[in-house]
Ligand binder design. Structure first.
Ligand code: NAP
Length: 281
């Protein structure tokens, strides 16, 4: 029951109609008996500043931030954690002591998802795509001491600009290539492929994936950030190759768990978040 004592959290984005986060967080609040409620707020680009001021005045405890606000939100934040500062994007806000604190839990969510299958340390990782999600994946895997990193992107210049940022921020060596035959070569001795392109996302579920089965080996872990559908065209290829497919839904769940802990200080179980998604996946 919502009372005068209930704490409010939520997500701001545009659109937010299809967000799965309210289902995950509210299921976990219920299971843990926490007096919190998670609400989706559709906030248009031009309303971001007033929305943040309003959220603070209304004493919200925290917010998730999604498309299109993840980068622009930074100018309204008082304190950024190291990761969101490096990545240049925020997906979680905490309102505390009159301050707005910003975090990025996407990278940690990805690592937790991958760690169910492998360690990151010393592994050769290939990231396809060079947008916001690729940035989080690249910084976080390098922080976890990946052995080597290759970024393969349709627009080479975008990959090069990410490479330059990484060299400046972390001093790490990163190779960049196009989405072409060089990618097939690099895959031969790769340990993990992380696809951050939206290829195969609903409704384009039959779109040709970045890599097909014949270019994969059976020890390869193939992670697709797209989680709708759960089994994307890329993950089907991984299955056909006898490789290990990992769905982006795991990252979604883990990044949510991290946000939940930032707000409440309590770490919910994976199961409690997964239970919230029953019936929609
Ligand atoms: N599972 C999760 O928890 C989670 C979290 C965050 C994001 N995601 C998903 O990750 C995906 C990427 O998000 P983002 O924020 O990084 O998006 P973004 O900033 O728009 O970047 C998209 C990247 O994909 C590339 N790309 C787009 N369409 C392509 C195509 N048809 N063929 C080849 N490359 C293409 C773009 O290449 P160019 O540089 O050439 O334009 C760009 O590098 C989305 O599907 C998002 O829903 C999932």
């Amino acid at each position: 029951m919502i009372t005068g004592k209930t704490s409010l959290v939520g997500v701001i984005g545009d659109p937010v109609k299809h967000s799965l986060s309210p289902l995950m967080h509210n299921a976990a609040f219920f299971e843990l008996g926490l007096d919190y409620v998670y609400i989706p707020f559709r906030v248009a680009k031009q309303d971001l500043k007033t929305a943040i001021n309003g959220a603070q005045s209304l004493n919200l405890k925290g917010l998730n931030v999604t498309i299109p606000h993840k980068i622009r939100i930074i100018k309204y934040i008082d304190e950024l954690d190291r990761l969101s500062e490096l990545i240049g994007a925020v997906n979680t806000l905490k309102f505390e002591n009159n301050l707005i604190k910003g975090y990025n839990t996407d990278g940690t969510g990805l690592i937790r998802a991958l760690e169910e299958f492998t360690q990151i340390k010393d592994k050769k990782i290939i990231i396809t795509g060079a947008g916001g999600a690729a940035r989080a994946a690249a910084y976080q895997t390098l922080i976890e001491k990946a052995g080597s990193l290759v970024i393969a992107n349709r627009t080479l210049d975008n990959a090069i600009s990410l490479q330059e940022d990484i060299i400046n921020d972390l001093g790490s060596d990163v190779k960049v290539i196009g989405l072409d035959s060089k990618l097939q070569n690099e895959l031969k001795d790769a340990d993990i492929l992380i696809d951050t392109t939206p290829i195969g996302m609903y409704p384009n579920i039959n779109e040709k994936p970045v890599v097909s089965a014949e270019d994969m080996h059976s020890d390869l872990i193939v992670f697709d950030m797209v989680y709708n559908p759960l089994k994307t065209s890329l993950l089907k290829e991984a299955e056909n190759a006898g490789a290990k497919p990992v769905s982006g839904i795991k990252m979604l769940i883990y990044q949510g768990i991290e946000s939940f802990q930032i707000w409440t200080g309590i770490r919910p179980t994976y199961k409690s978040f997964e239970n919230g998604l029953k019936g929609v996946l």
